[in-house]
Design a protein around this ligand. Structure first.
Ligand code: NAP
Length: 261
């Protein structure tokens, strides 16, 4: 929480649009999410972002859920609408917006594979299915979690094996393998990749994981997780303020903060 990028990105956006809003991070102990939501009601706070480990608990504490938050059982953004607090999940729509902006890839009718089955992967699986993917194959170290994630894609969801990645049009790397503390590790054999495929990596720090570099060397179209980070924040901003988010300002603010370490 102390390392959250949300205050940086949202306060930059509020300043850019000259809005009288401020984003403040609060550390909430595990098990106290319900109390925090009661405090939001009492204090009349208009919106908030929710991070781990509270995303599931907040889903049971708000008054209403969006279809995505309900399907995922996880909330990353709360919006006040009249007297109600509505739980949203902006990860999937943020991912799709970033994918379109950074790679031009359109999931409708395409074969997609998601590596990983955690919270981020689940949001991506649901979003790809909702966007009309022909198939969403989930490849994960723990098979039970792959099964649960694949079921979010309904009839187009399948559990896959690593070798299936060679047949996908889009591969989304949604595990934590390759993050700064394990930089250099790859979650699958990059020799399965070939030109014509798109690789979307959800990690943004480091900006270029070993997998992303290997995919680039094999002439794939690639994107890292910075776009998803900014777009999901931009969608939250738009829910709260009703105004178009200043994407360039938000991207610059996050990039500067990441560069500063
Ligand atoms: P999570 O819920 O903890 O899930 C982690 C996933 O990584 C699980 O599928 C886990 O497999 C897999 N994994 C972990 N260590 C592994 C290993 N050594 N070998 C193989 N698989 C391994 O995490 P999350 O919240 O989904 O986040 C996943 C990644 O997405 C992180 O890097 C996070 O920074 C990134 N992310 C980015 C954005 C963005 O806006 N760009 C948003 C959210 C998350 P098991 O199921 O087998 O444990």
């Amino acid at each position: 929480m102390r390392h959250s990028l949300s205050p940086t990105v949202q306060n930059a956006a509020f300043r850019a649009l000259d809005l009288d809003w401020v984003f403040v991070a609060f550390e909430v102990p595990e098990g106290r999410a319900g109390g925090a939501i009661d405090a939001v009601r009492a204090l009349g706070i208009d919106g908030l972002s929710v991070t781990m480990p509270h995303k599931s608990a907040v889903a049971t504490a708000v008054d209403r859920l969006s279809p995505d938050a309900s399907a995922l059982g996880a909330v990353n953004c709360v919006v006040r609408r009249g007297d109600e607090l509505v739980g949203e999940n902006t990860d999937g729509s943020g991912f799709l917006a970033a994918l379109a902006a950074d790679t031009g890839f359109e999931p409708a009718g395409r074969r997609c594979a998601v590596v990983g089955a955690g919270g981020a992967a689940r949001a991506v699986v649901l979003a790809l299915a909702r966007a009309g993917a022909e198939e969403v194959r989930v490849v994960n170290r723990t098979p039970d979690r792959a099964e649960a994630a694949a079921s979010l894609a309904g009839t187009v969801g399948r559990v896959g094996a690593e070798r299936d990645l060679a047949g996908a049009d889009l591969i989304v790397q949604a595990t934590s393998v390759g993050m700064a503390d394990r930089a250099g590790a790859v979650p699958f054999d990059p020799d399965l990749l070939h030109p014509g495929q798109v690789l979307a990596e959800l990690i943004y720090q480091p900006a270029e994981t070993a997998l992303l570099a290997a995919a680039r060397a094999r002439r794939l179209t690639v994107a890292n997780g910075l776009g998803m980070l900014v777009h999901q924040a931009a969608i939250a901003f738009e829910h709260w303020t009703g105004q178009s988010a200043p994407l360039a300002t938000m991207t610059a603010a996050v990039s500067a903060r990441l560069a500063a370490g």
